[in-house]
Design a protein around this ligand. Structure first.
Ligand SMILES: C[S@@+](CC[C@H](N)C(=O)[O-])C[C@H]1O[C@@H](n2cnc3c(N)ncnc32)[C@H](O)[C@@H]1O
Length: 437
């Protein structure tokens, strides 16, 4: 049993309940059963799959799976700040280094959101052979030994489909095929679940038990993202807009009614929160860490236990940015319990010659693509204004100045809405006056 932190009670072994819970129970139509989230968070009392979590971070996969009725029995995480959150919030034993695990305890599902630093666009780009993302090799090792699970769930950044012509995907699919698993993957956007964050992630499922596409392709919906993600001069004053104040040269991370992907920032704990612009008032600010946690589907202050370790407060953004969005894991957990029938799936398409599609499935000698969007569900209205509970922190003088300098560079080809630039200039003047006063 893990160490507990004063003032915060471990939450029991398999019944995960929100602490303090600012999220009221609500009913969501997932395209299958209508179920209330408080029922699925444990009061229903049953256990469907026994889950082992590797690279558990702050437990995004485990919490989401628990909300779908699955029980985590063991976790593994090397970072002491993340471990303090897992131990306090989930009350489960946490092993430290995956490389030291001789074998897995008996389980039905292995969940492993392996490190993304070598696979992400903003990272080292060393690829699947990199020192950190290459740790996925430990998953293959453990799946070839005693206690190998019937089903494995991985999560990572969608850039891994592109990097090195999808080398990571070649490695993952070949390894699981060698181990006797069928595989399927799909890029899914967190906005599918009413979370106002653009977060597009690859969910990869390998199974010896079921055709994994019956889980991943079961729900699909229209994706309006293109209209929301391209910066335009047409600004809707009723909406909030998210962007990265650290960008301005290569892209903007522009998103209407949502924030761009929350990032881990630097490992030494320098946070990099997204900016939010309210065109009705001209205000530009950054969200609180508690709202960032909620934008990942956790309850408010989920990572507070990290603060009991020196320097822990600075690390909270890093932990939150690295996490798996909870409702994404909850959706897959529900679908694992109730996969679609083969005849309910969209028609498989020929696998493209050159690139890795956004959704696909395969087994030895056979691969096919699926023409499904990143939206699992599109009937939630995104409402960033209504979602945030805390006031935004005004964007600093330094951040506004840096962004404006990049925006006005002669070699800059990125379109930035003129109204945003005007508001940023006003913000900068205001901050300068504030410092002078
Ligand atoms: C992408 S994050 C996983 C996030 C997690 N799924 C969540 O929802 O918070 C990858 C995690 O792997 C952990 N990690 C890196 N090397 C490890 C190792 N050798 N053993 C165990 N965990 C490791 C990192 O500390 C990090 O928390």
């Amino acid at each position: 049993m893990g160490r507990s932190v004063p003032g915060l009670k471990p939450q029991g072994h398999y019944i995960w309940r929100p602490i303090g819970g600012d999220q009221p129970a609500h009913t969501i139509d997932w395209g299958c059963d209508r179920l209330s989230t408080d029922v699925l968070s444990g009061s229903w009392g049953g256990v469907l799959m026994r889950v082992v979590g590797l690279f558990s971070g702050i437990g995004g996969l485990e919490v989401g799976l628990a909300r779908a009725g699955h029980q985590s029995i063991a976790l593994c995480e090397i970072d002491p700040f993340a471990r303090s959150v897992l131990e306090s919030r989930l009350g489960l034993p946490v092993e430290s280094d995956v490389r030291q695990l001789a074998s897995l305890p008996n389980c039905d599902l292995l969940a492993a959101g392996f490190p993304c630093q070598d696979l992400s666009q903003a990272g080292t780009k060393h690829g699947i052979a990199g020192a950190r993302s290459g740790l996925v090799g430990e998953v293959f090792r453990l799946c070839s030994g005693p206690g190998a699970p019937k089903t494995v769930l991985l999560e990572n950044v969608h850039y891994m489909l592109k990097l090195g012509s999808g080398r990571a995907m070649e490695v993952l699919t070949a390894a699981f095929e060698d181990l006797g698993y069928r595989w399927s993957y799909r890029v899914v956007d967190a906005r599918s679940f009413g979370i106002p964050q653009r977060r597009q992630r690859v969910l990869f499922l390998a199974s010896k038990e079921i055709a994994p596409e019956r889980v991943l392709m079961a729900d699909h919906a229209h994706d309006p993202s293109k209209e929301h993600d391209a910066p335009s001069a047409q600004i809707d004053p009723d909406c909030l807009y998210g962007f990265y104040w650290t960008e301005g040269l290569r892209g903007l991370g522009w998103t209407r009614d949502a924030v761009p992907t929350i990032k881990g920032g630097s490992t030494i704990g320098i946070p990099s929160p997204p900016a939010i612009w309210d065109p009705s008032t001209g205000f530009i600010g950054t969200p609180s860490i508690s709202d960032a946690e909620r934008l990942q589907g956790f309850i408010r202050d989920w990572t507070e236990p990290a603060e009991f370790i020196p320097q822990g407060a600075r690390r909270r953004w890093h932990l939150v940015g690295n996490a798996v969005c909870v409702p994404m894991a909850e959706w897959i957990g529900r679908r694992l319990s109730k996969p679609a029938e083969q005849n309910e799936l969209p028609e498989p398409k020929p696998f493209p010659q050159r690139n890795w599609p956004k959704a696909a499935a395969g087994r030895p000698g056979e691969r096919f693509a699926y023409d499904v969007s990143m939206r699992v569900n599109s009937h939630f209205d995104l409402d960033l204004r209504g979602y945030l509970l805390d006031d935004l922190k005004p964007l600093s003088k330094r951040a506004s100045n840096g962004f404006l300098e990049r925006a006005h560079r002669q070699d800059n080809r990125i379109f930035i809405p003129p109204q945003l630039l005007d508001d940023l200039s006003d913000n900068l003047k205001f901050r300068i006056l504030e410092v002078a006063a």
